[in-house]
Design a protein around this ligand. Structure first.
Ligand SMILES: *[C@@H]1O[C@H](CO)[C@@H](O)[C@H](O)[C@H]1NC(C)=O
Ligand SMILES: *[C@@H]1O[C@H](CO)[C@@H](O)[C@H](O)[C@H]1NC(C)=O
Ligand SMILES: *[C@@H]1O[C@H](CO)[C@@H](O)[C@H](O)[C@H]1NC(C)=O
Ligand SMILES: *[C@@H]1O[C@H](CO)[C@@H](O)[C@H](O)[C@H]1NC(C)=O
Ligand SMILES: *[C@@H]1O[C@H](CO)[C@@H](O)[C@H](O)[C@H]1NC(C)=O
Ligand SMILES: *[C@@H]1O[C@H](CO)[C@@H](O)[C@H](O)[C@H]1NC(C)=O
Length: 467
């Protein structure tokens, strides 16, 4: 009550602070209102229609990502709007409590300005700065008005990564190009949140233990994935690997794998008879005694060819190859015994397939189906595929993959399709796919898998291409 009776008492030193605060708030609010009006008038391309009003022609914004740009601008505008609302409601609150208002200390006033005004303003300022405006004249000699995807990402490290790097001398680099483009898969834009999580780290410090996030991104089309500038974690008790004369057919040391992202905690647990093994592709692949029988012992199924039979087709000619599938590298191990170097593709689908292959002394190639294979044309003596491509695969996708395999196989190279399986009624479609390349048929077999499914194996030779 005392306060109410003595309104003058508020006109002390501290009231100056109030006055400054109110005036400051009003200045900010007016400038923001101006900005918001400017925005709603369409100065920042709100959507295509408004954009057309200003530019007249659609062509004017071809070559840059109008959507990403307007998203970024929208973010800044939202930040400013919420700041405005906050300040307005603070002012209203003050009006309401005019009489009962407690004195605000300088300290509180400073704190309020810092936390509630300066910080959000700063964030909006940074966001504005991050927006790269399109260059009307195009980038270098291209018609593109901005670097691809640059306004799509907010995290600074991703933007740094995808910004092309010119050579320091200003001349052409060793490849004869002007710039080095670090690439990422275009589907990265669909996994913006995950990618930003992946790329949030302190440069030079330890990365999170997030290989599974990386693999998830790759499998979802964010492939290639950006490189990172943090240190990958390793097993704390890493042991030196077994010598090659022992490692090929022996389960590796459990201590050489980081198990935290798997259901199992050691290799024994990955046995096929363990129902809690956590993975479902290539069940039994971790049982070395079973793996040792593959491709060297007669099987009851006609679709199982023997390595010795395959190699006698081209004696001495097979030296390098690719095993495209899911497995622990046993095919490559067998081929190594024939002095043939085979690279095995591997994805860690709920089990450490990559680590297993590497610890056996073989080469795991961590690739998905998304990408062109990283081998040059006409280079491989052999491609073996098993356990991965089967009836689920889209025919057009299979077509692209088959032509890519054809590209890397050398003339006279062998394509060994091993136990491809599909439902019986789809067999003709897949046969057509495999036969369209007009390879020479060395071996060809079909066996029933279950009531409606069949296995299919073939050994095909790429013909010479004398054109
Ligand atoms: C406000 O400040 C005046 C003097 O500046 C003081 O007399 C009064 O008690 C203060 N009121 C409150 C609620 O702190
Ligand atoms: C653009 O192309 C011209 C010739 O085609 C070349 O002389 C010039 O250096 C190029 N400029 C840039 C920035 O690439
Ligand atoms: C493997 O080779 C090393 C020497 O290179 C030898 O000492 C060791 O006994 C061999 N191991 C087996 C299982 O043959
Ligand atoms: C799985 O089979 C192996 C032998 O291959 C055996 O030693 C092990 O006890 C079996 N595990 C289970 C859970 O049955
Ligand atoms: C597989 O069977 C064939 C005859 O059917 C025989 O000639 C060959 O020796 C057998 N190979 C093995 C590894 O058992
Ligand atoms: C592989 O190479 C080694 C050394 O050159 C040789 O001793 C061995 O007989 C070869 N093995 C086969 C299966 O050709």
């Amino acid at each position: 009550m005392a306060r109410l009776c003595h309104p003058k008492c508020r006109l002390g030193n501290k009231s100056m602070g109030w006055l400054q605060f109110l005036l400051g708030g009003l200045v900010i609010i007016f400038s923001i209102c101006g900005l918001v009006k400017f925005y709603s008038a369409g100065f920042f391309f709100h959507n295509e229609d408004i954009c057309r009003q200003f530019t007249g022609v659609k062509d004017a914004y071809e070559g840059f990502d109008i959507k990403a740009l307007s998203d970024r601008v929208g973010e800044v505008v939202n930040k400013l709007e919420s700041l405005q609302e906050k300040l307005e409601s603070a002012v209203q609150q003050m009006e309401k409590d005019k009489e009962t208002l407690p004195n605000i200390t300088k300290f509180e006033y400073k704190k309020y300005l810092e936390e509630e005004v300066i910080r959000p303003l700063y964030a909006a300022h940074i966001s504005l700065r991050l927006i790269r405006l399109p260059k009307a004249e195009g980038i270098h000699n291209s018609t593109m008005k901005e670097e691809p995807l640059i306004n799509t990402f907010v995290i600074e490290e991703i933007r740094k990564y995808i910004t092309p790097k010119e050579s320091r001398t200003g001349k052409l680099n060793i490849y004869g190009t002007e710039r080095i483009y670090n690439t990422i898969g275009h589907a990265c834009v669909l996994y913006k949140k995950e990618l930003e999580e992946y790329m949030s780290y302190d440069i030079g410090s330890y990365c999170n233990d997030d290989w599974n996030l990386a693999q998830k991104l790759m499998l979802n089309g964010c492939d290639p994935l950006p490189r990172r500038r943090c240190l990958t974690r390793a097993s704390m008790v890493y042991q030196k690997p077994y010598p090659i004369n022992e490692s090929l057919w022996k389960l590796p040391d459990d201590r050489n794998v980081r198990w935290s992202n798997y259901q199992c905690r050691n290799f024994k647990c990955l046995m096929g008879n363990n129902t809690k093994r956590g993975y479902f592709k290539c069940v039994g692949c971790f049982e070395m005694e079973k793996e040792e029988l593959k491709w060297v012992t007669n099987s009851s199924l006609s679709v199982d060819f023997l390595i010795s039979d395959v190699l006698t087709i081209k004696p001495g000619e097979m030296r390098i190859g690719l095993d495209f599938g899911i497995g622990t590298g046993s095919f490559a191990a067998r081929m190594r015994e024939h002095n043939i170097t085979v690279v095995s593709t591997a994805l860690n689908l709920k089990a450490p397939f990559n680590e297993m292959i590497a610890l056996r002394g073989l080469i795991p190639l961590f690739v998905t189906l998304n990408q062109r294979l990283p081998f040059f044309d006409n280079t491989m003596d052999m491609i073996h595929t098993s356990g991965f491509l089967d009836g689920w695969i889209d025919l057009q996708l299979l077509d692209f993959i088959l032509f890519d395999w054809d590209r890397i196989l050398r003339p006279g190279g062998l394509l060994w399709i091993d136990r491809f399986f599909c439902v019986r009624k789809d067999l003709d479609d897949f046969m057509y796919m495999f036969l369209q390349l007009r390879y020479k048929k060395h071996k060809w077999a079909i066996s029933p898998k279950s009531k409606d499914e069949v296995y299919f194996s073939a050994l095909l030779e790429k013909p010479p291409r004398a054109i």
